[in-house]
Design a protein around this ligand. Sequence first.
Ligand SMILES: Nc1ncnc2c1ncn2[C@@H]1O[C@H](COP(=O)(O)OP(=O)(O)OP(=O)(O)O)[C@@H](O)[C@H]1O
Ligand SMILES: [Mg+2]
Length: 256
Amino acid sequence: MNSKGIGKVDHFVGVASGKGGVGKTTVAINLALALRKENYHVGLLDADIYGPNIPVMMGLSEKPKIEEGAIMPLKKFGLKVMSFGFFLEANQPVIWRGPLVSKAIAQFLNDVMWGELDYLVVDLPPGTGDPSITIAQQIPDVSIVIVTTPQEVALADVRKAITMFGEMNVKVLGIVENMSYFQCSHSEEKIGIFGKGGGENLSRQMDIPLLGAVPIDIELRKGGDEGIPLMADKEDSETGKIFKAIAKNVVELEAD
Ligand SMILES: Nc1ncnc2c1ncn2[C@@H]1O[C@H](COP(=O)(O)OP(=O)(O)OP(=O)(O)O)[C@@H](O)[C@H]1O
Ligand SMILES: [Mg+2]
């Protein structure tokens, strides 16, 4: 049944990190698709108002329609998708201050025709600071998936982010280590370009489950650039299987 807002959304999963460029949007999109492949009804909300990347990475450029006072999400690869980027002209910067961002997020939660969803995956903006926390607090009972790379500078920022979410009583569900290793197709060897074991150590130290480790995969980057995410057409690849396992872990932890 169609209904406006998030009243019929069962689970909210926010994808965050302490650092920019570690692969939040990539993880958010492919996690949403992996959940969809498990037959869940899934929405994807781009809460990165200043740098919305979901339109390009999902290959979407139409403007959403307004029907009976509700914003209709776009549909692609079986997901309902909403992004502030759908309302911007190409290359148009957003120079709003915090309160306006909060208002926009509230509108995306309350005025979009999300309907019945098992999961709404939210791509949060980069950084540990105010924007990501404020937005996370606007989402009822959100569970945060933290994305990190294995390198020490990323991990340091992620520790800070986890502590901050904790202090604000926002639940951190687990960690995804992205760009974990590179495996050349001619060899079994996994090369730790950004270091090794960082996600595991962090998981142990902070007592937060490691949901999975995603390799550096050219197909992931290509998928993002071309607007056809890896999980949309390569779910049986090694990386696809890893995203499926991450989705299963999220489902299990959310069921607890
Ligand atoms: N595991 C990976 N293998 C290869 N490329 C990747 C991987 N993860 C992310 N990328 C690429 O790295 C770039 C940055 O990823 P992405 O945009 O998902 O990061 P982000 O954390 O959302 O960035 P921002 O902080 O700007 O929002 C993109 O071009 C993406 O396709
Ligand atoms: Mg992003």
